[in-house]
Design a protein around this ligand. Structure first.
Ligand code: MG
Length: 360
């Protein structure tokens, strides 16, 4: 089944509230979308969020990568030789994980549609539904408490709290949120590289001493500071989740080899898509490392593909797939159903999301 075309388009969606982390503030989602067309007339879709502060990928670089490098390398190949196509996608240029992820998920979508099956069933079929957390942006403490209570009222039982600008203030934020939401709500803390190793240990130990019952702390130190990450992991009782420190399967292998973190956050935009994400899952399974499936600021198109990966793998025990919940609208029919905290898989073939764009 030959791949006959790879086209790009644009997607612009308003967010329900501005999204704020230690690295950036965003109020609108502006992504590149991808359509892969097969000779059987079926189509697969993907999405590429330009998250320059994390991946280095911009709108311009995503368009250039797909149009000038990826499409010329892939168009004409036989999609049923999936591994050969994926090897080519990954070797046609280095880096550029976001455009690779968008094309990878579109290819998997088309591959599964061609077999008439939902993608997650072909990849492993571990579960038919699961729960995601909801992200609480970093803001003045009263606003974060209000946002947390609203999230709990919407049915979310796990909150991911963004912190990372001032350690003492961060502890006050978490303490106020814990007091407001009570003991039954799980709290994850994401510092987005905002602390150094010494600060991380001091802040996390303070949270432990105060009994704030934090499920995990995500990426406390800068991405490249693997020694610092390992130091923090060794010094505190709270599990440490690596996010920005792990892009590729090689990153995951290096981190697992020295136990630099307890858990790994897999995001398709970091791995370059599902094919590499599956390699990380396989490695994590072998070494007993739990994984989270996460997303950038993305719409339902690409989060649906991440949901298929999460639903397919036993080792993915945590989900941070709140992109669609952060958007003001969910304009696309089909595929996994995002209903508050619950993501339910459907029998739609492929990834399942149907949408149109102005394809170039
Ligand atoms: Mg993170």
């Amino acid at each position: 089944m030959r791949i006959t075309a790879i086209q790009v388009g644009e997607l612009s969606l308003p967010l329900a509230h501005p999204f704020k982390t230690a690295l950036r503030t965003v109020d609108r989602l502006e992504d590149i979308v991808v359509r892969v067309v097969g000779e059987n007339g079926l189509e697969g879709y993907g999405e590429a969020p330009p998250t320059a502060v994390i991946t280095g990928d911009t709108k311009g670089s995503i368009l250039c990568a797909i149009q000038d490098f990826i499409a010329p390398a892939i168009v004409g190949m036989d999609l049923m030789e999936l591994d050969v196509v994926m090897e080519t996608l990954n070797s046609c240029m280095v880096h550029n994980t976001t455009p690779k992820a968008a094309v990878d998920m579109a290819l998997y979508d088309l591959w599964a549609k061609t077999q008439g099956k939902p993608l997650y069933q072909l990849l492993g079929n571990a579960r038919t539904s699961f729960e995601t957390d909801l992200t609480i942006s970093v803001n003045p403490v009263e606003e974060m408490v209000k946002d947390s209570l609203e999230a709990v009222a919407r049915g979310f039982s796990t909150l991911k709290i963004k912190v990372g600008k001032d350690g003492a203030a961060d502890v006050r934020r978490i303490a106020a949120i814990r007091e407001a939401v009570g003991p039954s709500i799980k709290l994850r803390v994401d510092a987005n590289q905002g602390w150094n190793a010494e600060q991380s240990v001091a802040i996390i130990k303070t949270m432990e001493d105060k009994g704030l019952d934090i499920e995990l702390v995500e990426q406390p130190v800068p991405a490249l500071d693997i020694a610092g990450l390992k130091y923090v992991t060794g010094q505190v009782d709270t599990p440490i989740l690596a996010d920005e420190a792990v892009f590729s399967p090689t990153d995951a292998a290096n981190l697992i080899a020295i136990h630099a973190a307890d858990y790994i956050n897999i995001k398709l935009m970091k791995t370059g898509g599902i094919w590499n994400a599956l390699k990380i899952c396989e490695m994590a399974k072998r070494y007993g490392v739990k994984c989270m499936i996460g997303c950038m600021l993305e719409s339902q198109v690409s989060v649906a593909a991440a949901a298929h990966l999460g639903a397919s793998q036993e080792v993915v025990t945590m989900a941070d797939l709140d992109g669609p919940s952060l958007c003001a609208t969910e304009p696309f029919p089909g595929g996994p159903v995002f209903d508050g905290p619950t993501i339910s898989m459907t029998e739609d073939p492929g990834v399942g999301v149907r949408f149109s764009a102005q394809w170039k």
